[in-house]
Design a binder for this molecule. Sequence first.
Ligand code: CUA
Length: 348
Amino acid sequence: MRRGSIVQLVLLGVLFGGGAAAVALLIPWLPDPASEQADRIDFVFWFVTTICIAIFALVAAVIVYSLLKFRARPDDDSDGPPTHGHTGLEIVWTAVPAVLVTAISIVSAVVLARNDHLPQASAAGARDPLKPLIVKVTAQQFAWLFTYPAYGNATSSTLRLPLHVPVDLKLKSLDVIHSFWVPEFGQKQDAVPGLDTHVVVTPKRLGTFPVICTELCGLGHAVMRSWTTVMPRADFLTWANKQKSAAGGGASGSATASGKTVFVNNGCNGCHTFKPAGASGTVGPDLDKLPALARKAGKPLDAFIRQSIVDPSAYVEPGYPNAMPGTFASLPKEQLDALVKYLSGGKG
Ligand code: CUA
């Protein structure tokens, strides 16, 4: 091969490699990582992408060079020279991909193992009193419910997490297969009925990120979304301890106060109007009119409210969709009692 040809090949390779690298780098394909696990996943992504760009540049350069250099002239009807393979080349193009694929599997296996591992102490080590946090994640058509066993089984419809603390999310589904995904956390895991699955996340950046269901689970799949907020550890402890005392049934506060907390934490205000809570949602019936609704349904107020929370399909107010999730059937009894009392205005 002449020197000029090699220079042409190299220039073509640089051109295609540069173009592919620009597409990879200039378009924000992945969200900015917000967990240690997402950092590792990003590393694998870039490791594979770099290999792909190099192979693409090589193949594209050789193809385009051959098209230009060895193209038949319009008046050339002769056959090409007979060739019979090239053992050296064949060994190279078998060995190189084998090495690359092996390298990718090793890197992936290491990252998968590390992302699955739940560290027993967070990054700050022995000085840090916060052990790995366990959060139970309950999925049901079409809502998420997050329960904090370490804080009196307090529940929340949004996921609040402390910064830099490893979290073990224990997933459970009450009906069909759902899948828990926060793009910024990288990790994704299915919630399967009858199976205990879990996923580890160590948030490394403050902020609020979407929680998305990524398994087609029915008509409401597209709206099965929530939010996760990564908070400074002190703020998280303040919040969690407040939820704990509210969930405890109001030993230190009135039942009305904790009823309101249960109402807001479980996202009731997102869909319903209820003046005492300052809620103005319009997806579901107006809860200020509960006594009238109960009369219409022919039920005593308290029993009507309780049934509507734990078994929302049992009676659906005409004109409204049967869209309320059944997840609230798993509310701890004290919280359910407080919520019923709060919604009935203490009456009934
Ligand atoms: Cu739950 Cu899709």
